[in-house]
Every structure is written in C-alpha cells, then in structure tokens.
Design a protein around this ligand. Structure first.
Ligand code: ZN
Length: 460
C-alpha cells in the first residue's frame, strides 16, 4: 500500500507549499528523543489552522488514507512512528498563544505550542501552568493532552487531565468538535475533552485547548536527602504531604543515584552510601513562612532518623542543580544504553518490594543485568530502566514480559504517564478488564470507524 499521488495533489493547495514536507525534510526528523528514528512516512502535512486540518482529514477519510499525528515527538513509547503508507500530520504550524485571561485564570492556545512557551506566556501575567516535564522545551500542549502527560508536580496540581478546561479536536472524517470551555462549572452535556485527553491521538486530533492556570508561586524550597530505608521513605512522604506547599516528592533508588553521582561530580549533593534518595520541593507564596515550614519539616525528619544526610538549596541555581540529579536521562542513555524503560504505577507501600521482585525475576530469567529505579514516588509512579547486555533491544519483549508479569502480581498499572503507544501495546489486554477493553474498542469505532487515526497505537 502506498499514498495515492492524486491525494497528495489535492492536499497541496489546502496547506500550501510550506505545509507539505517530503524527502530530506522528513528523513532528517526523529520520532524518538534518544535515538535517531526517522518518521517512516514519505510525507509530513502541516496544516496552519483547524479549518485546513479539517479539510485534510476529510480528504484522507474519503480515500481511506491513514494518518499519524505528531506533536513534539518527545514520547518514548513509539506513538509517533509511522509507516511508508501513512501520512504524518504535524501541528507545528499551529503554535500561537491565542489569549491569556488573568482574571478567569485560563489561557487558550493552539495545539502546537511547546509547553515551555505556554508556561512563559502565563508567567508574564503572574500565572503558572503546572504541567512540567523534562522535555517541556519541545513537547507540545497537543502532545501532552493526547498522552495525558504528568511530570514532576502531579502530587500538587494533578495530570494534564486536571489542568485542561476545554478543547477543540478534529475527528477522522474532518468534523470539528469544539468545546473550548473556560468555566470551572459547566454541565452542558458530555464533557468531551476527557475523551480526547489520554486517547493518544486515536479518537481525534487536538487543535486548541483552554488551560487552567494558578497564581505563580513566589517561593521554591528544594532539598535532596539520603534515606536509610524504605519505611523511612514512606514516613517522610506522609510528613511531606502535611505541607500544603509540597510540589514534588521524587525518589531515587541507590542503583540510579550511584550511577548519576559517580558519572558526574556536579550531580552528587550527598554521599551515595544509603539505599534511597529523595528530592523534596515545596512552592508557596510567603518566603518567611514557607522557609519556616520547610526547615521544620527537615529538622523533625532528621530527628526522627528518617534522613541520613541532606542538602537544602540556598538559591534558584542550587535548586536547579538538585533537580538535574533527578533529570539525568542523558546519563542513563550514555552509561546504561541500550535499555528498556518502564513507566508503571504500583501501590506506593509496596514500591520497594516490587523493585526487589523485579530484580529477582530478571536475575532468574537473564542472569546478569543492570537496572535503575527512580520516579515520582509521591504519585505511586516509578520509572525503571533495564539493560541485559548488547542484545537488550532484540530481547525487549522478553524483558517486558518479565517485568510486567511481576507488575500484574502486584496489581500495578501498565503505564502511569508515558502511555501505551506502539511499544507497550501487546500488554494492554493484560492490564484492563475485558469489559473495559471492549468499551475502548466501541468508542474508537464510533469516532473513527474506518480506523485511520494512529492505527498502530493502543490496540488495533
Ligand atoms: Zn516521569
């Protein structure tokens, strides 16, 4: 199957010369943040408006043409991968911040706006868009909506789902579904945005969104601590949650921290001699009070024996340096690649037991292996990387089967924030009930009966 030349001829006049990329302009791009994986499709269509996208999809629908949607291509589960018979649709030319409403505390943006651009536009009005992730410079609002992105501050402000007030999307047949709701309260029929958020581009293509904003915090307290045991980590979490200012609780197992700290001396705030490390952040609005609360929290935790060693940031620069310890994916790629990455949720009380069980299962299955565990422990969300040798990529499915088998026994979730994409699709039926899976199929069939949108994503 190939793309019909007559279809391409009709698309050209809709999106114009700038809207159609072929050849080297396509091949030079990558669908993966760590590896150079070209999109696989011979053409990228770049509509500049909802109306153009609607016409493009209507044409594709009429000729049974499959499409794969691109945001910033920072996803790690292969959601942007396309084939030679697919057309890629990129929202990158729909990149305008349309309005910031400082009184209603919302902003309306086009889907191709990078997350960081939205954050900066909000900041100009003393406001804050709380979704924050390592790839914010490239990841787009549309992509983060399609994947219901989480990131570092979910413990305080929730996932993308909790931070979107309304949206506009285009269905597979070109129908524009516009529900750009700006109100906190609006019960006028189905709240369709929730259907599109986290649907990984299988139900429609998001074109615009109304985002919820909060007053920009004016204080930031960050501490990096080492912890002598997992029971102490949980106790620390309970105590940290009593601070209304708590905005992040990020845990690192020793395998992760030792790798980073030994590789880069500038990312070694404390000695790597304890089993656990936690980055704790609090953001508030009163410097003296926030400092008092945070300092008291650390002192009491220290007295209770929950903390072995601690470094508290004295400046914004030091705070950023402490965050760099947690966000060291480039070191993992360099020191541990190739690896298979996991993004799972598990009962936080059993998170360490789960990590131990995964290690035991990997050892039994593969003998020698390396793994690292870290993540948003306050959200019950762990990231795990596994390397079993030079053939790690070839045996990816075996490694996944091993980890997910353990995860099922612990009653965990297949993915916490990265999504299913194409990479984890084979395991989806193991983690949803037959009734839920059937309902997902029914919804997809209703909105995209021909199966044109991101066909290889989630399930077929
Ligand atoms: Zn994460």
């Amino acid at each position: 199957m190939t793309i019909s030349p007559s279809l391409l001829e009709k698309l050209g006049p809709i999106v114009g010369d700038r809207g159609l990329l072929t050849g080297e302009d396509v091949a030079a791009r990558s669908c993966d943040p760590f590896l150079h994986l070209p999109p696989g499709s011979p053409v990228i269509v770049r509509p500049a408006s909802t109306e153009e996208l609607s016409r493009v999809l209507a044409l594709c629908h009429a000729s049974g043409q499959r499409v794969v949607t691109h945001g910033g291509c920072t996803g790690v589960v292969g959601g942007a991968m396309a084939g030679p018979a697919d057309i890629v649709i990129s929202l990158e030319r729909m990149n305008r911040v349309l309005e910031v409403d400082p009184i209603g505390m919302t902003m309306t943006v086009e889907a191709g706006v990078p997350v960081e651009v939205a954050q900066n536009a909000a900041a100009e009005h003393g406001l804050f868009y709380p979704i924050d992730l390592g790839s914010k410079g490239t990841a787009t609002i549309g992509g983060t909506i399609a994947t219901n992105a989480g990131g570092n501050r979910v413990i305080r402000w929730g996932m993308t789902r909790q931070n979107v007030s309304g949206l506009e999307a285009v269905l597979a047949d070109g129908t524009v579904v516009s529900q750009l709701n700006r109100f906190l309260k609006n019960n006028t029929g189905y709240d369709l945005k929730q259907l599109f958020i986290g649907s990984e581009g299988t139900l429609g293509i998001v074109t615009k969104a109304v985002l919820k904003l909060v007053a920009a915090p004016t204080t930031q307290k960050v501490a990096f601590v080492s912890v002598p045991g997992f029971a102490a980590v949980l106790d620390l979490l309970v105590r940290a949650r009593r601070m209304p200012q708590l905005s992040a609780f990020e845990a690192m197992w020793q395998d992760y921290y030792a790798l980073v700290a030994n590789h880069d001396p500038s990312r070694r705030p404390v000695s790597p001699d304890q089993p656990f490390y936690v980055l704790i952040e609090a953001m508030g609005y009163d410097e003296a009070e926030d400092d008092r609360v945070f300092t008291t929290f650390l002192e009491e935790a220290f007295e209770a024996g929950l903390i072995a060693d601690a470094v508290s940031a004295q400046s914004a620069k030091q705070a950023a340096d402490l965050w760099r310890v947690r966000e060291s994916s480039e070191i993992l790629v360099r020191e541990m690649g190739p690896f298979v990455s996991f993004d799972i949720s598990v009962d936080v009380r059993r998170a360490d037991a789960f990590v131990e069980a995964v290690r035991a299962a990997l050892k039994e299955r593969f003998g020698a292996f390396r793994s690292v565990a870290f993540g948003h422990l306050g959200d019950s969300n762990l990231h795990i990387g596994v390397h079993i040798g030079a053939d790690t990529r070839e045996r990816e499915h075996e490694i996944e089967a091993c980890v997910y088998g353990t995860l099922r026994a612990f009653g965990g979730a297949l993915t916490a924030e990265h999504g299913v994409g194409t990479a984890k699709r084979a395991f989806l039926p193991d983690f949803v009930t037959p009734g839920a899976f059937g309902t997902m199929r029914t919804i997809r069939q209703a909105l995209d009966p021909v199966g044109l949108l991101n066909r290889e994503v989630l399930f077929r």
